[in-house]
Design a protein around this ligand. Structure first.
Ligand code: MRU
Length: 358
């Protein structure tokens, strides 16, 4: 694990607030924010102060728990309590559309509350606290297992290309795509990471490079358009990326630009792996065409990171935040259960059966 453990989200004093490490300020400032109100929680997700599919899920779980506590303090109970809780859950879910973990986590809490309908509201709130903490604990366990499975795909000295950020900041511990690297580093296995800077919001430059440098991992930052070069010159033995939603046929949504990396990897014969917990698999989604893709403000492209705008004012921009990598380009999907191989419609179905039988 990183020398200095990063706690991206946690419950505040007396479980009355949620404290988040503001990822929009990294790597220049390590700043924490405390949120207690629903609009500030939504803002934190939309502004990517908390980001990364599993981290958004963990955050949403904590938020709904804190909001539930406020509802009892306002004297709500019974159906009125459940109704308000469900409405607040829906608002949280609507804050970003692509990462399925958000709806998944909110659904876990609202279903738990619904199962306890009739119980005193204090009992329900305490059960929601357990559920929210379980989401985080389970994510840690899943990331640890994903790290082990992912590490089994690498040899000492390998170069790994990654896109966006799927490390501890985006999850609970270890991360998904960065988990095998951090675990390998802990075990003294030499690995080299090439991190795509990841335009337009630079999660690779700001977050992945920062996390790996903090952990002492050999990391080289490249611009997104250099990925072909490093694959061509033999520096890359595998691509490891995270995911925001995996469809039942193996199509995988991740940060915009991921599908381009997969196409390059196919061209150069480099294996391309998607790593994520099973909470990121949307079993109800048949294929990538059904994954909602968030579109963000064009200002992120025109001016956000520049001292002055780098595009003519008012120029049209198209800024999808995610793309879908076709399952035919994916060598394996690594979950806490192991590595699913193509054909994914079969291997993921088997995984679903395994999970459902538990
Ligand atoms: O817009 P972001 O920064 O939330 O996008 C994050 C990603 O695309 C990650 O790769 C994905 O959520 C996996 S995080 C383990």
């Amino acid at each position: 694990m990183a020398e200095q453990e990063i706690l991206n989200v946690r419950l505040g004093e007396g479980d009355r607030s949620v404290v988040l490490l503001d990822q929009s300020q990294l790597p220049n400032r390590v700043e924490y924010r405390t949120v207690t109100r629903l609009p500030d929680m939504v803002e934190a997700i939309q502004s990517l102060r908390v980001r990364g599919a599993p981290a958004i899920g963990i955050f949403a779980g904590y938020c709904l728990y804190v909001l539930a506590r406020q509802l009892i303090e306002q004297g709500l109970s019974g159906p009125a309590f459940l109704d308000k809780l469900n409405r607040q859950g829906k608002v949280l879910v609507s804050s970003r559309p692509t990462a399925v973990n958000l709806a998944w986590a909110v659904g876990r809490l609202t279903r738990r509350a619904a199962r306890m309908a009739g119980a005193p509201a204090e009992y329900i709130v305490s059960a929601l606290g357990e559920e929210a903490r379980a989401i985080r604990r389970e994510d840690e366990e899943m990331c640890q297992k994903i790290a082990e499975h992912g590490l089994s795909l690498l040899k000492p000295g390998d170069g790994v290309l990654t896109h966006c950020n799927a490390g501890p900041l985006a999850t609970s511990k270890y991360g998904t795509a960065l988990g095998p690297i951090l675990l390998g580093h802990e075990r003294g296995i030499p690995l080299k990471v090439f991190a795509d800077e990841t335009r337009p919001l630079l999660q690779g430059a700001r977050l992945t490079a920062w996390e790996l440098q903090q952990a002492g991992v050999d990391v080289t930052l490249i611009c997104d358009n250099m990925a072909s070069m490093v694959m061509k010159n033999g520096s890359i033995q595998a691509c490891f990326v995270g995911c925001d939603r995996v469809a039942a046929n193996g199509d995988a949504a991740n940060k915009i630009g991921t599908s381009g990396v997969a196409i390059l990897a196919r061209h150069y014969g480099v294996p391309f792996y998607v790593l994520g917990p099973t909470s990121t698999i949307d079993w109800t989604c048949p294929d990538g065409a059904h994954i909602p893709i968030e579109e963000r403000d064009g200002e992120e492209i025109r001016s956000l990171w520049y001292r002055e705008p780098m595009a003519p004012a008012g120029v049209k921009c198209y800024n999808p935040a995610f793309d879908v990598t076709d399952h035919t380009l994916i060598s394996g999907i690594v979950t806490e259960y192991g590595v699913c191989r193509p054909p994914f419609s079969r291997s993921l179905k088997k995984l679903f059966e395994t999970i459902s039988s538990k």
